[in-house]
Design a protein around this ligand. Structure first.
Ligand SMILES: [Zn+2]
Length: 282
């Protein structure tokens, strides 16, 4: 263990400085949940994708449409990636989404895209786990702090074991099957759908615990731009014990896509790409 330096005399005063929010979000463009609810009422179901346990599948959602991720059979966590259908190098930016909205997403929060686009890709409009809040361990659901389980970390931690059904590999295969070239390099840190996570108070380590998700629970999003979504049914199942193995009980996930008629979207347009001029001061 490293030596802990002696605290200075004013240590308590330094610790007592009040925090400030890094990114106050009150100047973000407002989310019009009313428009989304009205357009949802006239949206029609266009496709359903079943994601098998320990595997991944892709789906497409038109701008102004909706997608719903349901837990149809038993407790299961999903790892979600989003890409712009027009250019898959524009993809979900978990870190900046976390900086803007916090460690876990709730209704009204948006999934933001990578630089240089940085615009909303999807807005969370419904969450049947919205009642969970924060538990006594500091756990919450739907985090943007985890990365995705992957065979590289597993290889390091397991002294060389090869495991092929981590979310990273499931997402890579599914994106590749969707016809996107260079899939592995485009797979990115995820939204952990239904996963219950936090950081331990004492060591600050990332923890997971059995997801509170019940059969029939769902998370629904409004698509701000034309999207390719890729979802993995994590080999950790409900993530109550371990992942990166075939030990945990795993279940499928279901994705339903809804299209909104143009007239129901009158006055709405997809967000424009970020307006920074990209000269970086030169
Ligand atoms: Zn996983």
């Amino acid at each position: 263990m490293p030596d802990i330096p002696q605290p200075p005399q004013d240590a308590d005063a330094r610790r007592a400085v009040a925090p400030v929010i890094c990114y106050p979000v009150d100047t973000l463009p407002a989310v019009d949940l009313g428009l989304m609810a009205r357009s949802r009422a006239s949206a029609t179901s266009v496709s359903r994708v079943m994601v098998p346990p320990r595997d991944g599948r892709a789906f497409r959602v038109p701008a102004g449409g909706f997608f719903r991720i349901t837990c149809p059979e038993g407790p299961q966590v999903g790892d979600l990636n989003l890409f712009s259908a027009a250019d898959p190098t524009e993809r979900f930016y978990s870190g900046k989404t976390r900086a803007l909205h916090g460690t876990h997403l709730g209704v009204g929060d948006r999934m933001w895209s990578s630089f240089p686009y940085l615009r909303p890709m999807a807005t969370l409009v419904e969450d049947t786990l919205g009642w969970y809040g924060v538990d006594a361990f500091g756990g919450r659901v739907h985090d943007v702090i985890g990365t995705r389980c992957d065979p590289y970390t597993h290889w390091v931690l397991s002294d060389g074991d090869q495991y092929h059904h981590c979310c990273h590999s499931n997402l890579t295969r599914a994106l590749s099957d969707e016809g996107v070239t260079g899939a592995e390099a485009l797979v990115h840190d995820v939204l952990n759908v239904f996963m219950c996570t936090g950081f331990t108070q004492d060591t600050g380590q990332y923890f997971m615990k059995a997801s509170p998700v019940r059969t029939g629970d769902y998370l629904e999003f409004f698509a701000e731009i034309d999207l390719i979504g890729v979802l993995s049914a994590c080999p950790g199942g409900d993530c109550g014990a371990e992942h990166s193995s075939d030990v945990a009980a795993c279940h499928p996930l279901q994705v339903d896509v809804y299209e909104t008629p143009a007239e129901a979207l009158a006055g709405w347009a997809p967000p424009v790409v970020n307006g920074y001029d990209r000269t970086h001061g030169r």
